[in-house]
Design a protein around this ligand. Structure first.
Ligand code: FDA
Length: 300
């Protein structure tokens, strides 16, 4: 439901023109989003790097249907890559293909993706493509596979909750890029998905194993402690290129425990004006956040 709320432009307009509500939601979002500006992401990222974490940075946005706005998003990502290189901050740059053209024309997204990959490759930075709702999975994989054949510095996110993912992972065998396994943040048609459950967790572990066996570098992107503990128990965390990855602001106790135990942990940070959208996503995947937001807002 929060997904559809995120897309309701009337609600967004209401939030934007009602200063009290705008400020309240913005303060709730501050837990998950570093700020509106590139500089906010860079500063928060630097602090985490100094503490011993690796980082990913996302400039928030999706479903951009205006060509100029897609160009502006691609430009922002390019400036981000440049800023990371200049400041020597080792980071991965993450984004949605629908932020840079997919909602208009797949070729526009492809053009931006390959241009960014070429720039990033020259400065030793890796890019990461997020996975969006299932209506877009085919086109995202198609664009990714073509781009990753030319640029080894691009990785892709796969969602455990989709039934099709085992097959998708098989099909990615010839593509060398890193694979990030997530549970999946989108509400999907029931017949295509497995809901949050121990069966889903089992499948998550199977996908991690499958990806490692096929020689991929793998990001285990979850805040589920039982999965993290199992990955350690099965010693997969010692395989080359395997790491934990978690969202900024979620389970910092778990990320610091894993880091202090000596495991590689990456934190995924975001910045941008679209923090409202990002807040809706985090609430949708974990509804208790709605109550937390109210508590934060009312300062109880
Ligand atoms: P699960 O949802 O079962 O949560 C496990 C525990 O983590 C909860 O019990 C709670 O303690 C805590 N938790 C989880 N979510 C929380 C939240 N929002 N707020 C507070 N606590 C929370 N999805 C997608 O569809 N496409 C993508 O490209 C990405 N990319 C991505 C990158 C990275 C680095 C991460 C970590 C996640 C994503 N996701 C994603 C989101 C992912 O699909 C999933 O929705 C979230 O990671 C939450 O699922 P968990 O695996 O944490 O398990």
């Amino acid at each position: 439901a929060m997904k559809s709320i995120a897309r309701r432009s009337d609600l967004k307009a209401y939030v934007e023109k009602t200063p009290a509500i705008y400020q309240l939601l913005q303060s709730a979002a501050a837990k998950y989003v570093t700020g509106e500006k590139r500089q906010d992401g860079l500063e928060a990222g630097r602090r985490l790097v100094d503490k011993g974490y690796a980082i990913s940075l996302e400039y928030i946005g999706e479903n951009t249907t205006d060509v100029q706005a897609c160009e502006a998003a691609a430009l922002e990502l390019s400036l981000l890559i440049q800023a990371l290189a200049e400041r020597k901050i080792p980071a991965r740059v993450s984004f949605d293909l629908s932020h840079i053209g997919l909602s208009i024309d797949g070729e526009l997204a492809y053009k931006h993706l390959t241009a960014l990959a070429s720039q990033a490759q020259q400065v030793g930075i890796e890019l990461f493509v997020s996975m969006e709702e299932s209506a877009k999975t085919d086109s995202i994989l198609w664009i990714y596979e073509r781009a990753a054949a030319a640029y080894a510095n691009i990785g892709i996110t796969l969602q455990t909750q989709l039934n099709r993912t085992t097959q998708d992972l098989n099909d990615l065998q010839p593509v060398p890029g890193r694979i990030r396994i997530v549970k999946g943040a989108y509400q999907e048609p029931e017949q295509q998905t497995i809901p949050r459950s121990s069966a889903l967790n089992e499948r998550y572990l199977q996908l991690v194993e499958q990806a490692i066996r096929k020689g991929h570098r793998v990001s285990i992107a979850t805040h589920d402690e039982s999965i993290a503990d199992e990955v350690i128990k099965r010693e997969w965390i010692h395989e080359p290129g395997v790491e934990f990855e978690m969202l900024y602001g979620i389970r910092p106790d778990l990320s610091s425990r894993l880091k202090n135990a000596g495991y590689p942990v990456r934190i995924y940070l975001t910045y941008g004006h679209e923090w409202y959208l990002y807040l809706c996503h985090r609430i949708a995947e974990y509804p208790p956040n709605l109550f937390q937001a109210v508590l934060d807002i009312t300062d109880v």
